[in-house]
Write a protein that binds this ligand. Sequence first.
Ligand code: PGA
Length: 253
Amino acid sequence: MRKPIIAGNWKMNLTPAESKTLAAAVVAAAGAHTGDVDVVIGPTMISLSAAAEALAGSGVGLAAQNIHAEAKGAFTGEVGASMIASLGCTHVILGHSERRTYFGETDEGVFRKLRAALAADLTPIVCIGESLGERKAERTLEKVNFQVRAALAGLDPSDVPRVVLAYEPIWAIGTGLTATPEQAEEVHSEIRKTLADMFGDDAAAQVRIQYGGSVKPGNAAELLAQPNIDGALVGGASLKADGFAAIVAAAKG
Ligand code: PGA
């Protein structure tokens, strides 16, 4: 059985002090579920330390929203994987569509960052998903399969279960539109077939695949009830502890 994973992507919101307050509220509201569900929050880089203080000893994981692929060096403005790990990060979100769209993140970059994350003992959450145009052109599965293969190619099969994938249709992010459970499940099961083709059935069966895109307390349960939906990557609804905790509770079933 795959342990569900609910991760909050706080994006570019909240100061360090506000992040510490929300992290403490998440611990209070959802910390009791961490035995059954992996619960993770993702503040901005500058708020990681403050959030880590609030999470200490709680079992709630901490994610950065990006890393650089190199460990250190002359890369002004960037942060390496072992640096965020030293602050208490357990996870890192990679290849979010906002990074791909606004900051030139490429499949090649995601490939390299994924390896950097694994080398630093972080759990990578690798985001993939199609645009509205690609969905309308019936190219969803082609696009998502391409991104999965590009990110994971050549990975040692023993490392594959450490990777979390997040299927996020771009047209559903922050728009209030959500893929139907059937639409999402179709893509998730296709992703698992691709993983099986690349790494074998055993590894594929262990990989957690999150759905993301306007997940809320009101729609989480039906999405999470799908056989290949193993969690959620939550943006807007993760900025309120009670709503986020309700999504965690839905994952517990
Ligand atoms: P949303 O964001 O829940 O606000 O749609 C999801 C994401 O970008 O990960």
